[in-house]
Design a protein around this ligand. Structure first.
Ligand code: GLC
Length: 452
């Protein structure tokens, strides 16, 4: 992620001051403190591993693409907005949502307060496209925030910077622009969107902001630095995702799992269960729990989080397929929690054919078996002696054997572990290797014989 400009400026300034003025020690200390402050703020997020994304809005009425369907001109803006009449939220049960999210093992949820279509799900004083235009006619964010917090889940709010319905926003559809350059109208839009953000900040004090759509303009035009500053001023613990033109705290790859470990310290893959963010009854192309869990363990293995999306119906019901996935995910995360939450990224490539994680004290190595082993599994280059090997959440002790260790060589032998196939989990099985001491890996080229 780009280094935030304000931070970069601060560092340059501090280096100059550090070199030329007395009292430099104090200044360097305050930089350290603010860095420590940022790490502290990110602590829960780094341990959380799983979050649930909720895309809910009027697009669920017809079951069409959220916002994009009119932006891409698959239907008119006018017809898109007619969906307000069908948005009832008549079966909305925020307590049940929170219980289900909690049971999935997730530690946070992120809900769309307003997508690019501009429809606001909370009781906003700004603009007039909101829940009061619908039969739902009540704030839908407030009760969810309450229920999530009762379950000790962190509350994240998705907010789209672009608002393709707002009369003073330049873009309306792919081909229709309201204006090119009109500072007065843009200022009206800034007041509107920043007013909404201040409102969200004071009403809900969210733990996390999930911005979207920053690609439409640059940081200066959005006033990204000011937005970050005013949000944090009254809500200093809030985490901000990367989609604020570089003024965020963590990276947000979308849909595709990274192949190599991202360079960002904190990151989160957001992903749909089928091929749609919002509810689309036609889209039955769901990933299986096994596929989702494998993607999840890839994230864990590379030190990231998974933000898995659900799309409730217009009446507030969560589709049965999505409930089933969350429940199976819950069974799996509950059984394997010690290998997931609070874990550190696992082994670099070359030591094990599969995803791995490490306990926070780095004394237990977890192996995620994404395939059914037909032979004993093998770890290479592990220098530690072994205390015990067991199946996580099940307890069976496993036997192991070290093969190919030459007495004169520093290169560790191959550690083979027998896996009883009858004990495998229906999804991914997890093996814990309790090490003597902190993990110690052999990372050299190998060794030529010097004596025998
Ligand atoms: C994209 C899409 C948006 C979706 C989001 C979720 O930015 O514009 O429709 O909500 O991804 O990550």
């Amino acid at each position: 992620m780009k280094l935030r400009k304000s931070k970069a400026r601060l560092i340059v300034l501090s280096v100059l001051v550090f070199c030329f003025l007395p009292g430099a020690e104090l200044i360097s200390q305050s930089i350290e403190n603010s860095k420590a402050g940022e790490d502290k703020k990110m602590e829960w997020f780094g341990k959380a591993k799983l979050g649930i994304f909720i895309h809910w809005g009027i697009y669920a009425v017809n079951g069409i693409d959220e916002s994009w369907s009119f932006y891409n001109e698959y239907l008119s803006h006018e017809d898109y907005l007619k969906q307000v009449d069908g948005f009832t939220a008549s079966n909305y049960n925020p307590k049940q949502w929170a219980t289900l999210i909690k049971a999935s093992g997730a530690k946070y949820a992120v809900i769309t307060t307003k997508h690019h279509d501009g429809f606001a799900l909370w009781d906003t004083k700004y603009g007039d496209l909101n829940i009061h235009k619908t039969p739902a006619n009540r704030d839908l964010i407030a009760p969810l925030a309450v229920e999530l917090r009762k379950e000790k889940l962190k509350v994240g709010l998705y907010y789209s910077l672009p608002d393709w319905s707002y009369e003073d926003y330049p873009n309306m559809t792919r081909n229709i622009k309201r204006y090119e350059d009109d500072p007065q109208r843009w200022q009206k839009f800034l007041d509107y969107y920043q007013g909404q953000l201040k409102e969200l900040n004071s009403m809900f004090k969210p733990d996390l902001y999930w911005f979207d759509g920053d690609w439409e303009f640059g940081a200066e035009k959005w006033q990204a630095a000011q937005v970050r500053d005013f949000l944090l001023e009254s809500n200093p613990g809030a985490i901000i995702n990367s989609r604020l033109r570089g003024y965020g705290d963590y990276a947000t790859p979308e849909q595709g799992i990274p192949i190599v470990k991202p360079i960002d310290k904190y990151w989160e893959l957001c992903m749909t269960m089928n091929n749609s963010w919002g509810y689309q009854g036609n889209d039955k192309d769901y990933k299986t729990p096994d596929q989702i869990i494998r993607i999840f363990v890839d994230c864990i293995s590379m030190g990231g989080n998974l933000l898995l999306d659900i799309g409730p119906k217009a009446d507030g019901t969560i589709p049965a397929e999505q409930v089933a996935i969350l429940e199976e995910l819950g069974r799996w995360t509950n059984k394997h929690k010690e290998a997931i939450f609070n874990s550190k990224s696992g082994l670099p490539a070359g030591h094990f054919y599969g995803p791995t994680s490490l306990s926070a004290d780095r004394e237990t190595l977890y192996l995620f078996l994404t395939q059914k082993p037909v032979h004993p599994i093998v770890i290479k280059g592990l220098k530690n002696p072994i205390n015990r090997i067991r199946i996580v959440g099940e307890g069976t002790k496993l036997s192991h054997k070290v093969v190919g260790k030459a007495y004169w060589s520093e290169v560790p032998g191959l550690l083979y572990i027998d896996i009883p196939v009858e004990k495998l989990d229906p999804q991914v099985t997890v093996i814990a290797i309790q090490l003597k001491g902190k993990i110690d890996l052999y990372r050299e080229d190998g060794q030529v014989i010097e004596s025998n």
